[in-house]
Design a protein around this ligand. Structure first.
Ligand SMILES: N[C@@H](CCC(=O)N[C@@H](CS)C(=O)NCC(=O)O)C(=O)O
Length: 245
């Protein structure tokens, strides 16, 4: 049995998958894609993942892409230490959280991330090179064109993104109240919890933790998940942008 994860050490979508692998106790190897040379859009990588993003999982030669698809796949194929409820209604509720996290905080976190760190790195590209980079990106062309090279997104776009991140915390606080905790789905730790952790860690790294200062249940939940080995193993040294950018 072999599991190989193509990823960036610092990418939130990659961290999501690494946490689930660790939580389930699965052995895996990392292949770190070199973002400095934009290896994610290289010919060989696009054959594996035509979206030109990380992560990608190779399981005994079967290629699985998209972080939420990967974590559901892993939990299905390796049922030990399950992170999915048995009851179909509960499973549907868990998937409701996964889809919400993909739709709301996942695209939103990219905005302050690029503003603070990644947009600056793109300043070195000439206008033509930048346009080429955007055009060559299979799924992020408009995202790159919506920001100013070297600067990032404008105030309106940034406020909208932070507002959506704030909404996520409020939604989670409500979910934890309704489920009775300690986890989003109640007594069982599930993929729903792991789907969002890396985004929240990134918010903290970007100095956005003030957003949840009034959300007591959320704060306890976040502290609880940070105590897990899977969290500690995923966020090894230099996996946070503030540590190496
Ligand atoms: N829906 C995809 C999104 C993956 C994604 O956006 N990955 C980012 C890092 S978190 C990436 O590879 N970005 C590369 C780029 O923008 O060129 C998933 O969940 O796997």
């Amino acid at each position: 049995m072999s599991l190989l994860l193509y990823n960036f050490a610092h990418s939130t979508c990659s961290q999501k998958v690494r946490m689930v692998l660790w939580e389930k106790g699965l052995e895996f190897e990392n292949y770190y894609i070199d973002h400095k040379i934009r290896e994610q859009t290289s010919e060989w990588y696009l054959k594996l993942n035509p979206n030109g993003v990380v992560p990608t999982l190779d399981h005994n030669g079967s290629i699985i892409i998209d972080s939420s698809v990967i974590i559901e796949y892993l939990d299905e194929v390796f049922p030990e230490n399950s992170l999915t409820p048995e009851d179909p209604v509960e499973r549907a509720h868990m998937r409701k959280w996964l889809r919400y996290f993909e739709e709301v905080p996942t695209p939103s976190i990219r905005v302050p991330t690029f503003n603070q760190y990644l947009a600056k790195k793109l300043a070195k590209y000439s206008d033509e090179e930048y346009l080429e980079l955007a055009n060559n990106h299979p799924v992020r062309k408009q995202f790159y064109l919506n920001m100013t090279k070297g600067e990032g997104f404008d105030d309106r776009q940034t406020e909208e993104a932070v507002d959506r991140l704030r909404q996520t915390i409020v939604r989670m606080e409500k979910g934890l109240t309704e489920s009775g905790g300690p986890w989003l789905m109640g007594k069982k730790l599930t993929l729903a919890d792991y789907c969002v952790v890396a985004i929240l860690d990134r918010m903290e790294d970007l100095g956005l933790a003030g957003v949840w200062k009034e959300n007591k249940l959320f704060i306890d939940w976040f502290d609880r998940i940070k105590q897990r080995d899977a969290f500690k193993l995923t966020f090894f040294k230099n996996t946070r942008l503030s540590e190496f950018m």
